[in-house]
Design a protein around this ligand. Structure first.
Ligand SMILES: C[S@@+](CC[C@H](N)C(=O)[O-])C[C@H]1O[C@@H](n2cnc3c(N)ncnc32)[C@H](O)[C@@H]1O
Length: 245
């Protein structure tokens, strides 16, 4: 929480919970924000039950200037969250691996520093957000999803923000045979068939692949195309003409 510069400036109209490890700094933040804020003097990497509010959290701002992921993991595991939540992170982790070419980080959220190879070190330095932070956040919030993200780098500090939305269930398919999904599929199939019959080779291949492909095979046996059968049940053996399913 620090001395609550950001909270005082930006979050004033909301219920605020802050966690600050330095008691004197926590006192100053408490005095500054007044009664409406709950300032807990303690370690944000441990869950404090009093931080559970009646309302769900809509913003989480993790600004310890080092590794924000341990506190985020604790928050995520315990706090009730709004259907949309914005998370801000201040990440100073690249500094430590920049200083020593063989240092690397273990998996987040702990991100324990350890000796690795210069190649991994360079990879983490160059692709920290893309290959390490972002995949960690995606996994953490699943089945919710990140619908928007921002980040910028100043010196060795990475500042990021993500908007996380609870996954919306896909609408049930419209099964109406004349207007619904099945009708749309039938119309696409009809045009593919027409293209195939008119000699459009890529379309024909597509159609054969997707429509006339193997339909069933005994376990372990090779799947066979089902040949086109004429009305009397005979087949002219034309391998490219396959039965519509
Ligand atoms: C960059 S300042 C935060 C500034 C704050 N965002 C503001 O608007 O004033 C970082 C603060 O995080 C605190 N801090 C560092 N590690 C912490 C931890 N594990 N738990 C709680 N606070 C921590 C530090 O004491 C420091 O006051």
């Amino acid at each position: 929480m620090g001395e609550a510069d950001i909270a005082a400036e930006l979050y004033g109209a909301r219920p605020i919970v802050g966690i600050e490890i330095d008691e004197q700094i926590a006192d100053r933040a408490r005095a500054r924000l007044g009664r409406d804020a709950l300032v807990i003097a303690g370690d944000a990497e441990v869950w404090h039950p009093e931080a559970a509010l009646a309302e769900p959290y809509a913003i989480a701002d993790l600004d310890a200037f080092a590794n924000p992921y341990r506190a985020l993991a604790v928050f995520w595991a315990h706090a009730a969250r709004a259907a949309r939540i914005v998370i801000f992170g201040t990440d100073g982790m690249r500094l430590a691996i920049m200083q020593q070419k063989k240092r690397t980080y273990g998996p987040l959220p702990d991100g324990q520093i350890r000796m690795g190879t210069p190649a991994v070190n360079r990879h983490q330095w160059a692709h920290w957000w893309t290959s390490f932070v972002r995949p960690y956040l995606v996994d953490l919030v699943a089945p919710a999803t990140i619908s928007s993200e921002r980040k910028y780098q100043r010196a060795h500090m990475l500042y990021w923000a993500v908007v996380v939305d609870r996954t919306v269930e896909p609408p049930a398919p419209d099964l109406n045979p004349t207007t619904g999904t099945a009708a749309e599929i039938a119309s696409v199939e009809a045009s593919l068939l027409e293209a195939a019959q008119s000699g459009n080779v890529p379309a024909a291949m597509y159609w054969l692949e997707h429509k006339g492909g193997p339909v069933w095979a005994k376990p372990g046996a090779r799947a066979e195309y089902i040949p086109w059968l004429d009305d009397d049940g005979s087949s002219d053996g034309d391998a490219e003409r396959v039965k519509l399913r």
